[in-house]
Design a protein around this ligand. Structure first.
Ligand code: ADP
Length: 352
């Protein structure tokens, strides 16, 4: 469920609760007031009947006839018969008022639910629109930045091949190239996030083993650089998913597993097919994440701020937000278990 649909329902529930609280309070006041009035009227009527013996006699006779349906008289004092009659009538009248108020409240509940839903939608409309425009702006800006960045990268790479350059200039250009690469990665992540949030994904039947093997192959040079060893036992399993998105997802998780592993570490990728799901686990024995940071790691631009991560491991804190969005677009779940200095396990569960 998208965040706006969820908020709309939450807001509707709040509006309805407020309206119903007021309505029930008023109903209680009305019920108490009307009940008192009826009691007063009935009391005065009973007193009048008791004080006029002829009229009283006639009424008692009628009551007895009505009650016994002409089948003999009930051996009772006239005063008791009148009492019982008024008590019963009072109960019935109160019940009627209660029923009417109950029906009115049910109607208010129905009408207020519809009105609240419309009102909640109207309240959220400008926020939704602004957010959509913001996302579009990020996507457009990222697109626009990509071309000059690519030409900048090519120019620096060509310049670096120039033999006439002294070592200091080469060092400056290399640093520039690193910065351009970092910016390129940021733009890629922003574009991935934008496309996942717009749900522009096309699903098809794909083999999960092929996806993982491809990602591992691409990541191998990076792992070798850090002396990180991969363990992956292939399992052929078909899944209805977007191939590009799954490649992005596995790249993010495996890249993180390598990035946050220590030199010579070990990364294990497991595929555990289940009846209606497929479970993919990416396990590393790296630096781990402290429990207090775990609820935030899927937030945008969030990075665990310790000198063991930020200074030595480049990144922008966008990878896991993209990963989470991809998993949500496939109606799956992404969970993490981690222990500091022992490593992390990221578990993806996707419906097949
Ligand atoms: P980035 O890696 O670019 O900083 P991510 O969104 O991928 O951004 O991750 C957010 C944060 O979660 C990282 O900064 C890191 O602190 C933590 N993290 C993610 N994966 C791991 C992992 N496998 N081991 C330890 N920490 C991790």
């Amino acid at each position: 469920m998208n965040v706006f649909a969820f908020t709309r329902i939450k807001l509707t529930i709040w509006y309805v609760t407020a309206i119903m609280a007021v309505s029930i309070m008023f109903s209680l006041v009305i019920y108490t007031g009307i009940s008192r009035n009826i009691e007063d009227v009935f009391y005065r009527a009973e007193m009048r009947l008791r004080n006029s013996p002829n009229l009283g006699q006639q009424v008692v006779k009628q009551i007895i006839e009505q009650k016994t349906n002409g089948e003999g008289l009930v051996p009772m004092d006239n005063g008791d018969i009148l009492d019982q009659f008024f008590i019963e009538e009072l109960r019935l009248s109160k019940q009627k008022v209660f029923n009417n108020l109950l029906h009115a409240n049910i109607l208010i509940l129905l009408l207020s639910s519809i009105a609240s839903y419309v009102l909640a939608s109207k309240t959220l409309e400008p926020i939704e629109k602004t957010l959509l425009e913001q996302k579009r702006f990020i996507a457009d800006a990222s697109h626009e930045l990509r071309s000059p960045l690519t030409s900048l990268k090519t120019t620096i790479e060509v310049s670096l091949r120039d033999k006439a350059l002294n070592s200091q200039s080469k060092k400056i250009l290399s640093d520039n190239l690193e910065d351009v690469d970092a910016l390129d990665k940021l733009i890629t992540s922003l574009l991935q996030l934008a496309s996942q949030e717009n749900k522009t994904i096309v699903k098809q039947l794909i083999d999960i083993n092929e996806v993982i093997s491809r990602v591992i192959k691409t990541m191998k040079p990076l792992a070798d650089k850090k002396g990180v060893k991969f363990t992956y036992k292939s399992k052929h399993q078909q899944i209805l998913a977007s191939e590009t998105s799954l490649i992005q997802l596995m790249t993010i998780l495996i890249d993180n597993a390598i990035k946050y592993s220590n030199f010579g570490g070990k990364v294990t990728v497991q595929v555990l097919p289940q009846k209606r799901y497929i479970v993919i686990r990416v396990v590393d024995k790296g630096i781990g994440i402290h429990g207090k940071y775990l609820p935030h790691i899927f937030d945008r631009f969030y990075r665990v701020d310790t000198n063991r991560t930020v200074s030595t491991r480049p990144g922008f804190g966008l990878g896991l937000s993209v990963a989470k969005q991809i998993v949500e677009n496939h109606h799956g779940t992404l969970l993490v278990e981690s222990e500091i200095c022992k490593g992390s396990v990221f578990t993806v569960k996707l419906p097949v």
